[in-house]
Design a protein around this ligand. Structure first.
Ligand SMILES: [Fe+2]
Length: 267
């Protein structure tokens, strides 16, 4: 079984790259299951809408994860309770709408668990990610509750995501970071068999400042005239990881970065 995980989709540029290319990339790369972090996919670059989720599901996405911007488009609060394929970080303060973990059963009867977590350092306040993970690990077990487990760690700093990777080593198929919008060059299989990459990068225009218009972003740093951040609209790169799963153990057999289109593919 082969899983494609794509990092944060940013604005119209990221969305249209997914809508126009995902089905053909799934076919070309023989992908069985697709997870996408879509918390920046709305036109404004923050949050996501029901319409975007439905478009993504139609073009091959199986599960959507999110992070700190999950509620930025208010309509999603009602939709998330009805849509099992849309997750929000599990360690948001309760009660929060929606769910942070779900088990999906594919057409071959394979159970795929997806867990969405959010870091604590330099992020919106949420429950302790390590305590939430500890509790999760004591409750759920690979090859008992699910055949595969993918963990999206939405966080700002590399060390926290790296530590969560090791915390889940041997207990998850893949631990992958999101949120920074910059892919890290450290895809590997950890000591006990979990596939890992610190950040999947973004699906958006890299001729930008993390997906947002670069002139406006620089002006903000320079404290010159600027407006609210808005997404860059050039040709997007799809960025993420592909992991091959060992169905005997539920661990990773092989992991590699996935880069398609736009500036990063040309580099
Ligand atoms: Fe984020």
């Amino acid at each position: 079984m082969r899983i494609l995980f794509l990092g944060d989709v940013v604005g119209i540029s990221g969305c249209s790259k997914i809508l126009n290319n995902l089905l053909s990339q799934i076919k070309k790369n023989k992908i069985d299951f697709v997870i996408v972090n879509a918390e920046n996919s709305a036109d404004t670059g923050v949050g996501l809408t029901k319409e975007i989720c439905e478009d993504f599901f139609k073009c091959g996405v199986n599960v959507i994860t999110t992070g700190n911007h999950v509620w930025d488009q208010k309509e999603i609060m009602n939709f998330i309770d009805k849509e099992k394929r849309l997750l929000r970080p599990k360690n948001l303060f309760e009660p929060s709408p929606g769910r942070g973990f779900e088990i999906y059963i594919n057409e071959h009867g394979i159970k795929i668990g997806v867990l969405n977590l959010m870091g604590n350092v330099f992020m919106k306040k949420c429950d302790d990610i390590f305590q939430t993970s500890k509790h999760f690990i004591s409750k759920y077990h690979l090859k008992e509750d699910y055949d595969i487990l993918v963990v999206d760690v939405h966080g700002e700093i590399t060390s926290e995501k790296n530590a969560i990777g090791h915390f889940f080593d041997g207990k998850a198929t893949l631990v992958v970071g999101t949120h920074t919008h910059i892919p890290t060059n450290d895809a590997r299989i950890l000591e006990k068999g979990t596939g890992y990459q610190t950040d999947a990068g973004m699906c958006g225009d890299y001729n930008s400042v993390i997906g947002m218009n670069k002139e406006n972003s620089i002006n903000k740093f320079l404290k010159k005239d600027s407006v609210k951040h808005y997404p860059s609209t050039g040709d997007a790169t799809l960025s993420g990881v592909i992991v091959d799963c060992d169905m005997e153990t539920g661990l990773a057999k092989k992991i590699k970065s996935f880069i398609f289109g736009g500036q990063l593919e040309r580099a």
